[in-house]
Write a protein that binds this ligand. Structure first.
Ligand SMILES: [Zn+2]
Length: 352
């Protein structure tokens, strides 16, 4: 069962985290400075170091009225297009005159991944741009970008939503992550945020690093700094389906309503499917992958979810579900390497 706190308690918890930054007449991220009630766009300039520099686009909506600072970020993986498009839409539609608080939107971090159509990694330094937080200035491009995002986005916000989706080779069903830190108050707010986001499959994440200086992931960088946050994923395999884009746009707007940054009630998930554990199935052999199940399908323990053949058509590996659960994503292309990911299966929590 899902329990909700009273409106009064909720209001108190939300206003406690309103940062002093909201008292300012202007709000600056990178080269974008917005006066109260206005929008500004600009870039976070990552200077050249051991490799090339990078200009990361950023939009700032400094609301007419005070309220929390919410950061919306996408494109750490530049070919997870749905999440990037969703934030482009929000940049075009949010009206700072109607906002209580401030919204920072970073729609695309990994520009070279986007331009060169390279999944998972920043092709400049071969690093995932969601694994090297909080970053450092004397590292490669990903390290420097991560450091500046930590300083300019994470440290200036009260809440953060990191958007992802299935990458070019991932057929993914939408889901979000709720990070459980052990801090009851923070966890309650982030839980309500994730329910307000509206995706009905929610992974309970308990294994993220606790050390803010070794936070690795973007959302975890905010979470370990005491800022209730979430990660959400929708979109799959290079497609831009309207329902996936809408799910992310609606989710961000619904969380804004939960945080009372815009009027209206959030659309809260009524029957969430909580996922306790995520099991990754990898291939023992390289070759051609043939899936047998689709994203979102429920599988029984031991059931075949696909197989791998060598380049002569001989079956060399049968992939089986290690436990009963839901296929969160499955490899959407034939290319398979030894040790490559075939699928992620989520084990659904039973009981309350
Ligand atoms: Zn991603």
């Amino acid at each position: 069962m899902i329990r909700f706190v009273s409106a009064a308690a909720l209001l108190a918890s939300v206003f406690v985290v309103v940062s002093v930054a909201q008292q300012r007449g202007t709000f600056t991220v990178g080269t974008a400075t917005a006066a109260r009630g206005h929008k500004a766009t600009g870039t976070i300039e990552v200077p050249a170091g051991v490799d090339a520099g990078l200009s990361i686009p950023v939009a700032v909506f400094h609301g007419a009225k005070p309220g929390p600072v919410l950061a919306l970020v996408a494109g750490a993986h530049g070919t997870e297009y749905t999440s990037i498009i969703a934030l482009e839409k929000l940049i075009a539609t949010l009206n700072p005159a109607e906002i209580s608080g401030t919204v920072i939107i970073v729609p695309l971090i990994n520009i070279q991944s986007f331009e060169q159509k390279v999944p998972h990694l920043n092709p400049v330094d071969r690093k995932s741009m969601n694994r090297w937080y909080p970053g450092k200035m004397d590292g490669t491009q990903t390290d420097r970008a991560s450091f500046l995002i930590t300083k300019q986005v994470v440290e200036q916000c009260d809440h953060l939503i990191d958007l992802h989706g299935g990458d070019l080779d991932e057929s993914l069903r939408p889901y979000s992550y709720w990070t459980k830190t052990g801090n009851e108050k923070q966890d309650q707010i982030s839980r309500e945020m994730v329910l307000a986001f509206g995706l009905d499959h929610i992974i309970i994440s308990t294994d993220r690093p606790k050390d803010p200086q070794a936070s690795r992931y973007l959302e975890n960088t905010a979470t370990t700094r005491g800022k209730p946050s979430l990660t959400a994923e929708a979109g799959h395999a290079g497609t831009i389906e309207p329902e996936d884009v809408d799910a992310l746009v609606r989710g961000c707007l619904s969380v804004m309503r939960y945080l009372e940054m815009v009027p209206g009630a959030p659309e809260v998930v009524r029957s969430p499917v909580w996922i306790d554990r995520v099991l990754t199935i990898t291939s023992d052999e390289g070759g051609l992958f043939y899936p047998r199940v689709k994203r979102g399908e429920y599988v029984a323990k031991g059931m075949s979810i696909g197989h791998v053949t060598d380049f002569f058509g001989r079956k060399v590996f049968e992939a089986r579900a290690p436990a009963a659960g839901v296929v969160l994503y499955i490899c959407s292309v034939p290319s398979m390497t030894k040790g490559g990911t075939i699928a992620n299966v989520g084990v659904v929590r039973t009981g309350s």
